[in-house]
Design a protein around this ligand. Structure first.
Ligand code: FS2
Ligand code: SF4
Length: 546
């Protein structure tokens, strides 16, 4: 196997024997084969679109879901990938027919048909790994992978928007164009740089769609205190990013004496009016994803993983963790769906059987709910405070958490931020410092959580609105982006920020292994993307104290 798509990759180079994330060589091979099939689907899908054919919704949905399934920490179940590959054969045949006669060269990948057993698929997969084409120019490979990983992130965002009934052709059609480009040998480095920027724009549209979907169905997040301590009684912990799963579970547990806790990236969901109105959505449990194995160990409650980040469940809780939707792990119970409705009966039974915590803990709470609607609702006050010098700077400390010790940088950075600065948080990186006390500036909390990684649109919208109010560009605002990346949604957001012309991003904890030296130089030269160094030096440089 070879995989270097996430920040955790072995030695900063690539996982070759077994994924650090727990991905087996078997799953890695099947994912390689699935991606190879998707590239061929991209070719025929793009040709069909160029001929003005209409793409059906199921096909678009399949492409998004299949690419999402290969994102880090989503699905570890080989059988699910075998099924995706079989389905991909049907989808490609359909698109080939739709595309009709092709003029010009047809890449070999487009007409490739895989064998139908898992064993044969694994043998075949060896031909299609990231490094299989040893003669490929490293910058071309780097840009193709950058685009592929960006699309994995957009697959996740698109999936979430789609299940809430929102989709846009510009988004769903880009997958065909982007995937086709990764097997088009006529494209130069410049073409692929341009295409990555085009992708960034399309992904901006996608995260806007997702924001519209979430806020139109569940309301705009409002500042909300969330209990972070245990309450007596049976409980279910809901992790991942899926608001629809949480809503359905809340409805199905109504009046059953079960408390619902969010975990990880589900923390910001407490702020949505249509979710918080359920009194048994009682609090948030635990920290970021990488702590789950020790936090779930022997837990007297049930756990639902709605999306990433899933880690290999320990035996102590394997019988009480459930997956749904795109997520999977061998021998872990999967919640089935019919006509958009999931039946959570097995997880409800399990929670009641386990009985839950025996006692209440002394209460502690934290504050969430500073999406774009709330922040822009006090924009006048914020702008006035900036003009008077009461607020000197904003730091968006956004992105993923992970296991590496170097990630303490982000905690240290938040703690070192001067008292006249505001810290905006986004995604799961915040768990390292969101329970600390940061105080207020003129009544405004200094730490404002803008939501999940899926809410990146909020941060961009606020930045664009502030730039308009101050009549300057985003790059001239007293705002610095201190980003931590782990998986491929972060790649898609980075490309969106670059495509919007955002410069001076501080990126860490390490740079992506799949970015070649020349491609990195393009990012540095054009956007001044800067690797994080040490907190004092970076803070001084940003605040002009150097
Ligand atoms: Fe965190 Fe993991 Fe949100 Fe990423 S829970 S790193 O895949 O999606 O952010
Ligand atoms: Fe390694 Fe990350 Fe790939 Fe997992 S997703 S195999 S940790 S590079």
């Amino acid at each position: 196997m070879f995989c270097f798509q996430c920040e955790q990759t072995l030695g900063g180079k690539g996982c070759t024997r077994h994924g650090i994330c727990g991905k087996s060589p078997e799953v890695a091979g099947l994912q390689d084969l699935l991606i190879h099939m998707l590239r061929g689907i991209g070719f025929y899908g793009q040709k069909a679109l160029e001929k003005g054919q209409k793409m059906d919704d199921d096909t678009n949905k399949f492409v998004m879901d299949a690419i999402f399934s290969t994102l880090t920490n989503v699905n570890f179940d080989p059988e699910r990938f075998v099924n995706y590959i079989k389905k991909a054969v049907e989808v490609k045949a359909y698109l080939k027919e739709l595309a009709g006669e092709i003029e010009g060269t047809v890449p070999a990948a487009a007409d490739y048909i895989p064998p139908m057993t898992k064993e044969e698929m694994l043998e075949e997969a060896k031909k299609f790994g990231v490094m299989a084409d040893t003669g490929l120019n490293e910058d071309i490979r780097s840009l193709r992978e950058l685009l592929t990983y960006g699309m994995k992130g957009m697959g996740a965002y698109g999936h979430h928007a789609h299940i809430l009934g929102m989709m846009d052709d510009r988004v769903s059609h880009f997958f065909y164009k982007g995937l086709a480009a990764t097997i088009d040998n006529s494209l130069t480095v410049e073409d692929l740089v341009q295409l990555n920027m085009e992708f960034g724009q399309v992904n901006f549209k996608c995260i806007e769609l997702l924001d519209n979907a979430n806020t139109s169905i569940y309301g705009h997040p409002v500042p909300t205190e969330v209990l972070i301590t245990k309450k007596k009684g049976p409980f279910i912990i809901v992790s991942g990013h899926d608001l629809k799963d949480l809503k359905q579970l809340l409805e199905q547990t109504e009046g059953k004496g079960i408390n619902i806790y969010t975990h990880g990236e589900m923390l910001p969901t407490h702020a949505y009016p249509e979710l918080k109105k359920h009194p048994h959505l009682v609090g948030n449990f635990g920290g970021a994803w990488q702590d789950q194995q020790k936090e779930f160990d022997g837990l007297p409650g049930a756990i639902l993983m709605t999306t990433n980040c899933l880690q290999k469940p320990r035996d102590s809780y394997k019988d009480r963790i459930f997956t749904s939707s795109i997520v999977g792990f061998p021998e872990v119970a999967h919640i089935q769906e019919a006509d958009g409705v999931k039946d959570f009966t097995p997880i409800i039974k399990k929670a009641l059987e386990l009985g839950g915590w025996q006692e209440d803990e002394p209460e502690k709470k934290i504050l969430v709910g500073f999406g774009h609607n709330t922040v822009l609702g006090v924009a006048d006050k914020v702008i006035d405070a900036v003009k008077r010098g009461a607020i000197k700077h904003f730091f968006l400390i956004g992105g993923c958490d992970g296991t590496k010790p170097g990630r303490n940088y982000y905690t240290d950075f938040a703690e070192r931020a001067p008292e006249d600065t505001i810290i905006l948080t986004l995604a799961c990186g915040k768990f390292r410092f969101n329970k600390k006390e940061f105080g207020t500036i003129e009544g405004l909390p200094r730490l404002l959580d803008m939501g999940q990684c899926n809410d990146a649109y909020s941060a961009i919208k606020v930045a664009l609105a502030l730039a308009e109010a101050f009549e300057c560009s985003v790059n001239e605002l007293p705002l610095s982006l201190i980003l931590s990346w782990y998986e491929q949604k972060a790649v898609s957001i980075l490309l969106t920020l670059l495509s919007l012309g955002v410069k001076n991003i501080h990126l860490g904890p390490s740079l992506p292994a799949f970015v070649s030296p020349n491609v990195l130089q393009v990012l540095v030269d054009n956007f001044n993307v800067t690797p994080i160094s040490n907190v004092d030096a970076d803070m001084s440089a940003i605040l002009g104290e150097a």
